[in-house]
Structure formats: structure tokens, C-alpha cells
Write a protein that binds this ligand. Structure first.
Ligand code: PEP
Length: 258
């Protein structure tokens, strides 16, 4: 028997509600999910990524040992005169545990660069929030076979500056932009190939043990009917789920794919 050096990495199913649900609708969804999971023993950690305004109410309404709560963004500034922004410390004060950073919609529509995201990741960690850091290539980049260099640059630009201790708190989410909200999904082989590549980059930077312990989620039109074959891949540790996280039954079915 060999010595087991690595702790088993965490399996996660995380929902990203995006800009959907009023406060009342969001609370109803979170409560429904909480009820559905009360007697279940999910084989993965469950996270819901809600709009900022839901965070405090949702963390009070659910059993946060069963449903972990995440924001979808945070400011790249600590505090002060930044009208409309929400800081990492404010998010932490709601009881949320995670923050999604670097989502392709934020990169594309709000001009979030590697440098801005590097700062957001730093502030999240400083405030004891765990980043769910999203990376992934566009359709044109995939067609030009540039997906590996794109994800490498995203990692190097925003998270490979972290210490081992800091990096070990980061969850990665590979989300090919061409698969988000389009109904197109990476095939299980495409997902496995790039997840293995991402893990090899982590191994080069931080060593094998850290690489083996890093949770890498797949995101992009992950649904109840394809989650099982995606999650069956050795380097796919769960999913970041957009559309299908807005209905408790669909989200539960994805959780049950483990
Ligand atoms: C997402 O935006 O994180 C996502 C994966 O969306 P969808 O599941 O709707 O493709």
C-alpha cells in the first residue's frame, strides 16, 4: 500500500443564477432547494451563486452546512467612493462563503481584464471568501485551436501569482464561452482533455499534490441529461450551472448525477 499524499479533492455542483429572480423568487427557490436536500445526502458540495441583494436573506433561509452561498462578483477596490460597487468584505458579512470571479460575461460585457481579476481574487481571499475562478475560450479561439493558450494566459494573468496556501482556496471553473447558454456542450472527451491540461499547468506551477487537490468544474449548458457523462471524467470535479440552476428539480437532478 502506497502512502496517500493527497486529500481527496472536493466535488462541487454550483449554481449561477446570474441576473435572475426577484428577492421573493430567489428566497422561494433557495427554500425549495433546502427542503429537497434536507433528507438527501448529496455526494458533492452544493453552492448557489445568487445576486448580491439575495445573499443575506438566502444565507439565513438555508442550512448553510448543506447549501453554501456564493456571490457572482465583487469590487476590485477595498472600500470607499465607488458608487454602486459591492466589496468582498460586504459579501463576507452576509454569511456568503464563495464568490464567482472572471465569468466570461463579466470579462466580455464589463471589460474585466486579467489585472482587474487578479485584484478581485486578492481581495476575495483577503476577506476569507473562496473564489470560483472562471476560465475558458471563445468559439473563434476554439476554432483556431487556441483554447490551451487562452486558459493558460487566464490562469497566469490572475491566479498563478498566488501562494500555494492562497491557491488551495481557489476553485476553478472551465467554461467554454461557446457552450454557455447556447445548448452546445463540450463533449465529455473535450472537457476531459482541457481539464487534464489545466491540471497539468497547476502541477507545473504548484506541484502534483496541489494539482490533485484542485477542484475543476465544467460549465456550459450542463443539464440533467448530460451531467453524468461529464462528471464521469477523472478530471471533471463537478459543474458550474447557469440555466439549469434556476429550477430546483433540474439542479437537484444534476447534483444526483454524482
Ligand atoms: C454559466 O454561465 O456559468 C453557465 C454555465 O451557464 P449555462 O449553464 O446556462 O450554460
Amino acid at each position: 500500500m502506497g502512502i496517500i499524499l493527497s486529500k481527496m479533492r472536493k466535488k462541487i455542483v454550483a449554481g449561477n443564477w446570474k441576473m435572475n429572480k426577484t428577492l421573493q423568487e430567489g428566497l422561494a427557490l433557495a427554500t425549495e432547494l433546502n427542503n429537497v436536500l434536507t433528507d438527501a445526502s448529496p455526494k458533492c458540495e452544493v453552492i448557489i451563486g445568487t445576486p448580491f441583494i439575495h445573499l443575506a436573506s438566502v444565507t439565513s433561509a438555508v442550512d448553510t452546512s448543506k447549501i453554501h452561498v456564493s456571490a457572482q462578483n465583487c469590487a476590485d477596490k477595498e472600500s470607499g467612493a465607488y458608487t454602486g460597487e459591492v466589496s468582498a468584505s460586504m459579501i463576507k458579512s452576509t454569511g456568503a462563503e464563495y464568490v464567482i470571479l472572471g465569468h466570461s460575461e463579466r470579462r466580455a460585457y464589463y471589460g474585466e481584464t486579467h489585472e482587474i481579476l487578479k485584484e478581485k481574487v486578492r481581495l476575495a481571499l483577503k476577506n476569507e471568501l473562496k473564489p470560483i475562478f472562471c476560465i475558458g475560450e471563445s468559439k473563434e479561439e476554439r476554432e483556431a485551436n487556441k483554447q490551451n493558450e487562452v486558459v493558460k494566459a487566464q490562469l497566469e494573468g490572475s491566479v498563478f501569482n498566488l501562494s500555494v496556501e492562497e491557491f488551495s482556496k481557489v476553485v476553478l471553473a472551465y467554461e467554454p464561452v461557446w457552450a454557455i447558454g447556447t445548448g452546445l456542450t463540450a463533449t465529455p472527451d473535450q472537457a476531459q482533455e482541457i481539464h487534464a491540461y489545466i491540471r497539468s499547468l497547476i502541477a507545473e506551477k504548484y506541484g502534483n499534490e496541489v494539482a490533485e487537490d484542485t477542484t475543476i468544474l465544467y460549465g456550459g449548458s450542463c443539464k440533467p441529461n448530460n451531467a453524468k457523462e461529464l462528471f464521469a471524467n477523472p478530471d471533471v470535479d463537478g459543474g458550474l450551472i447557469g440555466g439549469a440552476s434556476l429550477k430546483a428539480d433540474d439542479f437537484k437532478a444534476i447534483i444526483d448525477a454524482f
